[in-house]
Write a protein that binds this ligand. Structure first.
Ligand code: PHE
Length: 340
């Protein structure tokens, strides 16, 4: 009677709607004023009288199927909407913390160190981490083949030619670079990474940071060096911090000294960090050797200068009571979070 009745029923049966538009689409296609159902009803007048009963039954079947489907689709869509609406308002869901970062403790120390020296009239200078033999050793009065070159466990990049290239073992190389370019008076600090081929342990690392400072002018004396470092240490660690100088040797300074401060962790009473001595070394210093000045075309008869170099990690470990140097490079957020 209705030739495609089975196909029509399957179509209705299989219809799915993910959203309102698709539901509307179903309505207009089947149950709406211009839909299939209305069309079939309109045709009833063309059907011969004796077949009308059967035709009517078939139309009814389609009508029922369409209405049932419409009801199911509407319900489904309502449920879906209800679920979506509830989601953003579920107050029982755990909060996603809005994690604010913090400056790395080494950066914090670096900034503070720069601030203190800037107030004393030092400016900031910089140099490359990959350095040639001249700036890292020769100009700094390290004699050729002198064991002092091994003292620093250098990572060489290319060796054997006239000009070895290496990862700088100290920031003293920046001293040379600045002195080569400028004439006294000059007063500058330089902070950056240095590299030494050392076994990594609680106290030592193959990669660390130094702050280098120097002052060259007329009549600069060892007293100026001491005054500068006294002031620096008190500013950074507090007024009660004690400082002492021990005679030492560096090829590029004469006389040379190593400086210790009273252990910040035990207050000088003795602990693991200060190896029960009450003192911890923070760096080396001395009066710039006349040979270094000559190598940089500065007249040592006219000018004198002092230089010092300190470990940023060491200073930070003392400032923040950190007992293991390896923590700085591990990037463990549980460690880093403590410095926000
Ligand atoms: N460059 C030395 C070191 O790395 C430190 C230092 C710097 C000593 C300047 C004296 C003067 O150990």
């Amino acid at each position: 009677m209705i030739p495609h009745i089975d196909q029509l029923l399957t179509e209705i049966e299989q219809y799915t709607a993910q959203n309102k538009e698709q539901l509307e689409q179903f309505k207009s296609q089947y149950t709406g004023k211009k839909g299939v159902l209305q069309d079939l009803l309109d045709q009833i007048k063309n059907i011969p009288a004796e077949q009308r009963k059967e035709y009517g039954q078939q139309v009814n079947k389609i009508k029922e199927a369409a209405q049932e489907k419409l009801k199911a689709l509407t319900e489904q869509l309502e449920n879906l909407q209800a679920a979506n609406v509830n989601k953003p308002h579920d107050l029982t869901l755990p909060v996603i913390p809005d994690g604010l970062g913090a400056l790395h403790p080494l950066t914090q120390t670096t900034r503070r160190v720069i601030q203190i020296f800037e107030r004393m009239g030092f400016n900031i200078s910089d140099g490359p981490e990959i350095e040639d033999d001249w700036h890292n050793f020769t100009a700094l009065n390290f004699p050729l083949n002198h064991p002092a070159r091994d003292m620093q466990d250098t990572f060489f990049i290319s060796k054997g030619s006239d000009n070895d290239m290496a990862l700088r073992t100290h920031t003293s190389s920046v001293q040379v670079r600045v002195m080569e370019k400028m004439q006294p008076p000059m007063r500058t600090v330089s902070i950056g990474r240095v590299y030494r081929n050392e076994a990594i342990s609680v106290r030592a690392h193959c990669l660390f940071h130094q702050v280098e400072g120097f002052y060259v002018a007329k009549n600069v004396s060892f007293k100026d060096l001491k005054d500068t470092l006294y002031h620096f240490v008190r500013e950074l660690f507090g007024n009660e911090t004690k400082i002492r100088f021990r005679p030492s040797f560096f090829p590029f300074t004469e006389p040379s000294a190593e400086m210790d401060i009273s252990c910040h962790i035990c207050g000088g009473k003795g602990c693991n960090v200060c190896k029960h001595s009450g003192w911890v070394e923070i760096g080396g210093c001395g009066m710039i050797d006349p040979n270094v000045m000559k190598n940089c075309n500065i007249d040592p008869e006219e000018y004198t200068g002092f230089a010092f170099g300190m470990g940023i990690e060491r200073i930070t470990m003392l400032r923040n009571q950190i007992k293991d140097i390896r923590l700085f490079t591990e990037n463990d957020v549980r460690f880093l979070k403590q410095f926000s």
